[in-house]
Design a protein around this ligand. Structure first.
Ligand code: CP3
Length: 354
């Protein structure tokens, strides 16, 4: 195995010493980059972009040509799993994801089965190995999946941007139905992430975008319980290399201790959490990833730099921090602002690692 040229991200995720704080950005390949929009137009639409490994590789590489990022993230979507289950994913222009056949009927729910990633998600697995080839061991590749609960939100609601009425009705009225879906989703995510690891993903992240919409008790029962199962089922090593895992529950700031107990290596923080406090609470156990408010990137360069410094100071001296935004980068972000951010992290963080 050829050695990774820059493994700063992997060391930081494992709380090992690094010379500076590594940085990558959630949704770093996306609509704020004109070259992304051009490739998407050539592909026809977003889903066609995801389903073609050549296009997926091309857009994964685009942000790396502009910014000195410390990681690449697989270009795909969390909704590939329910699509592979036959729910009929589509993206109406400017409207976000939708399913042709959302899950409502008991009969349909009990008919769900775990897709075989080598068959139904072959295009993702192929994209992972093709991206690894294109990266040529310069920086690591992060694979990802949605959490069972976040996937279930889209599967049951049939689209995003809802008040969670359908899924919460099911949660309270027919919890056994939701548990059935979550069980299948957890098995699907384990198989999917392990297939990504086997084809070359060097770290994995679980996006629990909607876990924060749950009550304190329901979060544990309907989201974290299944995330724990996934972490326990993940391959921890591949080709002699540890594969770190990151759990990101948006809105999960009140539950950090419980999340850190999942056995994951790192916990992602959204921008509502104070990173200094998060480190006091769980920093002895896991690395922290985050957590600049993505809206900071609409401000002037000096302000971006100041806000970066605040997060670095908040985390303080020592290792175990991966700089990121607290959620995905906005499509309205000027790309120059992302460059200011990445360079500021690299320059300003060195003093915290001496
Ligand atoms: O970070 C990266 O660069 C990797 C790519 C990535 C995408 N989606 C590409 C994408 C990742 C990691 C995701 C995860 C994802 N997808 C999540 C979890 C993270 C989060 O943002 O909370 C969720 C909830 C989804 C589902 C999804 N996909 C939504 C709600 C949308 C529409 C939102 C929007 O910004 O319009 C998508 C579409 C999507 N996924 C886009 C991209 C670049 C934009 C689609 C386009 O090009 O038109």
């Amino acid at each position: 195995m050829k050695k990774l040229k820059n493994d700063t991200l992997l060391r930081a995720l494992l709380r090992q010493p690094t010379e500076y704080t590594p940085v990558w950005l959630m949704r770093q390949a996306g609509r704020y980059l004109s070259e992304y929009n051009q490739t998407r137009a050539r592909a026809g639409n977003f889903l066609a972009l995801c389903k073609n490994p050549n296009f997926a590789t091309e857009v994964t590489m685009q942000p790396l040509a502009r910014f000195p990022l410390d990681a690449a993230i697989l270009f795909s979507d969390i909704l590939t799993i329910p699509d592979a289950m036959g729910l009929g994913l589509y993206f109406a222009e400017g409207e976000g994801p939708k399913f042709e056949r959302p899950l409502r009927e008991e009969r349909e729910i009990y008919a769900l089965s775990v897709p075989d990633p080598a068959v139904h998600l072959r295009y993702v697995i192929d994209a992972v190995s093709q991206i690894r080839g294109a990266l040529n061991n310069q920086i690591p590749l992060i694979g990802f999946s949605g959490s069972p609960f976040t996937l279930a939100c889209y599967m049951v609601e049939g689209c995003g941007g809802t008040d969670f009425r359908q899924i919460k009705t099911m949660l309270y009225q027919r919890p056994e139905l939701l548990h059935h879906i979550l069980n299948i989703n957890a098995q699907a995510v384990i198989a999917y992430l392990n297939a990504q690891i086997e084809s070359g993903a060097q770290a994995v992240m679980i996006f629990d975008t909607w876990g924060g919409a749950l009550s304190h008790a329901a979060y544990r029962e309907f989201s974290l319980h299944y995330i724990n199962q996934i972490v326990a089922g993940l391959k921890r090593e591949h080709n002699g290399q540890r594969i770190p895992s990151i759990i990101f529950t948006k809105g999960g700031g009140l539950w950090l201790e419980a999340i850190a107990e999942s056995g994951c290596d790192a916990v992602g923080l959204d921008w509502t959490t104070d990173i200094a406090e998060a480190r006091r609470r769980i920093g002895h156990k896991v690395s922290l990833q985050g957590n600049l408010d993505p809206a900071v990137l609409f401000a002037a360069p000096e302000i971006i730099t100041t806000e970066v410094e605040k997060i670095l100071t908040g985390y303080g001296h020592g290792h175990g921090h991966v700089f990121n935004l607290g959620h995905g980068i906005s499509q309205f972000t000027p790309p120059e602002s992302a460059l200011v951010l990445v360079e500021a992290v690299h320059t300003l963080s060195r003093k915290y690692h001496q």
